[in-house]
Design a protein around this ligand. Structure first.
Ligand code: API
Length: 348
């Protein structure tokens, strides 16, 4: 009996004994306003990853040094009480309680799978309503997702300060240059309304890197957004995302920024606000009932390509891809939207 037989058997036996995890994982590369994700359907593919594997996969597959790369992974899972469940992991492997742009992509995936125009999706802290909307740009799949619960309590971010909340106030230990509002939707956001000079400076990067490193203020880190009012009903938002860095857009941040702009009377509750960003634009509507807030986030849910990742989960950085199958028309249509937004932002 030659060696290869034993090697083959030994390897198979060894694989079994050490629990090798060689898998072929179907992936859809998608994005909401240029905030891009790898969508993995655990539910219908029956992958059943461990907690550690989900985090390690996010770090390995989201790295921009690979043929994949993304801001995060969206795991679609079965829910015991809703139409589906979304878990979102940032590219650094950390799990977030919510992801607005990602939820629109999951909304599309679940609505198309169930052939419904609306659904209830379970997220870490809430079951959220999602629905298909009329395209805000021709032929670009558009979804509305509910962003809630909303809390201005510092402890809900958490933000360690000796006051209940931070509402358009200075954080002197951080900077004297701008005022901030802290809000959880329910992931944590620190938001400043700024002018063009402040937006163009290094201030946002410097303070974002500080509050997302070891610090007393935000022990879990925080998404940091600079908001520039364009005109009534229009804002521009740039976000340094916790667990990622600067992204083209951050859905929960754009929603929270819209809410803050209404509280500061730059925009109006119950009226649409066009939120421009480096990846395109979305529409938000902030709702207030007494002291309860909720935001509607409306925007694209675009697919870019499908591929299969061939991977051994024990060494997730060494993976192979099958040839990517692109959604060519969606890519072209979204590029037209981005061109229109870019031209507009150069004029406004
Ligand atoms: N980085 C965020 C999660 C992703 C949120 C963002 N991609 C969105 O669209 O809301 C956090 O750790 O809270």
């Amino acid at each position: 009996m030659n060696d290869s037989f034993f090697c083959g058997n030994l390897e198979t036996l060894n694989d079994f004994l050490v629990g090798v995890r060689r898998l072929k994982i179907e992936v859809i590369k998608c994005h909401g306003s240029g905030n891009d994700f790898l969508l993995i359907d655990e539910w219908n593919n029956d992958y059943s990853f461990s907690e550690v594997e989900r985090s390690h996969l996010a770090k390995a597959l989201c790295s921009r040094d690979t043929d994949l790369g993304a801001d995060g992974i969206l795991y679609v899972m079965k829910s015991e009480h809703a139409d589906g469940r979304m878990r979102v992991f940032n590219s650094d492997g950390s799990e977030a309680s919510m992801c607005g742009n990602g939820l629109r992509c999951v909304a599309r995936y679940i609505c198309e799978y169930t052939q419904q125009d609306s659904a209830l999706i379970e997220t870490m802290k809430a079951d959220l309503m999602v629905q298909r909307e009329k395209d805000i740009y021709p032929e670009i799949p558009t979804y509305l997702v509910e962003i809630s619960p909303v809390s201005f309590k510092a402890q809900d971010l958490p933000l360690n300060i000796d006051q209940e909340s931070l509402l358009n106030e200075k954080l002197p230990t951080l900077t004297e240059e701008v005022s901030f509002t802290a809000v959880a939707v329910p992931n944590p956001h620190l938001i400043a309304v700024v002018n063009q000079q402040q937006l163009s400076s290094e201030l946002q990067r410097e303070l974002s890197e500080y509050v997302n490193g070891p610090n007393e203020l935000f022990p879990d880190g925080v998404n940091v957004s600079f908001v520039k009012p364009l005109k009534k009903g229009e804002i521009f938002v740039r976000t340094f995302e916790r667990g990622v860095g600067f992204t083209n857009a951050c859905g929960t941040a754009m929603s929270a920024s819209t809410l803050v702009s209404c509280l500061q009377e730059l925009n109006e509750f119950e009226k649409p606000v066009e939120v421009y960003n480096n990846g395109g634009k979305v529409r938000c509507v902030a709702h207030r009932k007494g002291e309860t807030y909720q935001i509607d986030l409306i925007g694209n849910a675009s697919y870019v390509y499908r591929t299969t990742v061939e991977i051994d989960l024990r060494v997730p950085n060494e993976f192979k891809l099958t040839p990517k199958v692109e959604y060519v028309e969606e890519i072209e249509r979204y590029a037209k939207l981005q061109e229109q937004v870019k031209e507009y932002l150069e004029r406004v």
